[in-house]
Design a protein around this ligand. Structure first.
Ligand SMILES: [Zn+2]
Length: 256
């Protein structure tokens, strides 16, 4: 259900690269600290996680996702979930993804996290997954997780609807930036990677900037996610960069 025809690769890709290069300079000026987490139920992603990481999914059902050798061929920079995932997802507890219409950015809302290395980051993704599985969800709720070193990790496969915004998960791609941005600031590498991921998804699925949101911008959410510092960055990213991507609907945003 999530497949859509690819946009023409040439003109759009070139435009995306150009906008990205210009916009990255803009992220150095922001920083901040502050407080609150990512929260929603049953599809909320905050109050994470409990200290004991058990994976109830292993015993819950025999139906598991079959191993897939190659995914994310559209986004070669995305780290395959097999590189971090220690458990199995439960298809019976997930819905097929509808055609993507929205992108929502989150933080993980856990304790502040400063590591940039791959092993610490992959362990953090697994921690998030275990927290979500302990809530009874079929898998990690986000489709992508961005670490502080600038890596993007595949979360829930895009063929499945995510679990990250209460009552608003249909056609909604979830991106989580690792850390707590009420208490720390995102790294430059993390912001750049987040922006790259958002741009690629906007291009692939023709999602205009007006449909690129943060968790707190959903009326149903009642959360401070993605934290004050990342919220500020996302506002700037939309205004200064994402709005200028050559995607139908973006002109309306700029005009406003
Ligand atoms: Zn959130």
């Amino acid at each position: 259900m999530s497949q859509q025809s690819e946009p023409s690769p040439t003109a759009l890709d070139a435009a995306l690269r150009g906008v990205t290069a210009v916009s990255r300079r803009g992220f150095l000026a922001f920083g901040g600290l502050l407080a609150v987490g990512c929260a929603t139920q049953p599809t909320r992603t905050s109050k994470l996680p409990d200290p004991i990481w058990r994976d109830p999914g292993k015993a819950a059902t025999p139906a598991v996702c079959p191993p897939v050798i190659k995914r994310n061929t559209d986004f070669k920079f995305v780290m395959d979930r097999e590189l971090w995932c220690r458990g199995e997802c439960v298809p019976a507890m997930m819905n097929p993804m509808l055609p993507p219409k929205y992108i929502t950015v989150h933080h993980d809302g856990m304790s502040p996290f400063l590591s940039t290395d791959q092993s610490s980051s992959s362990a953090r993704v697994e921690m998030i997954r275990c927290g979500h599985r302990s809530k009874g969800w079929g898998d990690i709720g986000y489709h992508y997780v961005v670490d502080r070193g600038g890596r993007v990790w595949e979360g829930r496969e895009i063929k499945w609807q995510g679990a990250h915004v209460k009552n608003e998960n249909e056609g909604n791609i979830g991106i989580c930036c690792m850390g707590n941005f009420d208490e720390q600031s995102p790294s430059d590498a993390q912001l750049q990677a987040c922006q790259r991921m958002v741009e690629c998804l906007m291009g692939k699925y023709r999602i205009p900037v007006s449909r690129v949101k943060t968790h707190q911008e959903w009326a149903s959410a009642h959360t401070a996610c993605p934290g004050r510092s990342l919220q500020r960055e996302m506002v700037v990213m939309r205004q200064k960069t994402l709005a200028y991507l050559p995607i139908p609907g973006n002109d309306d945003f700029i005009a406003v």
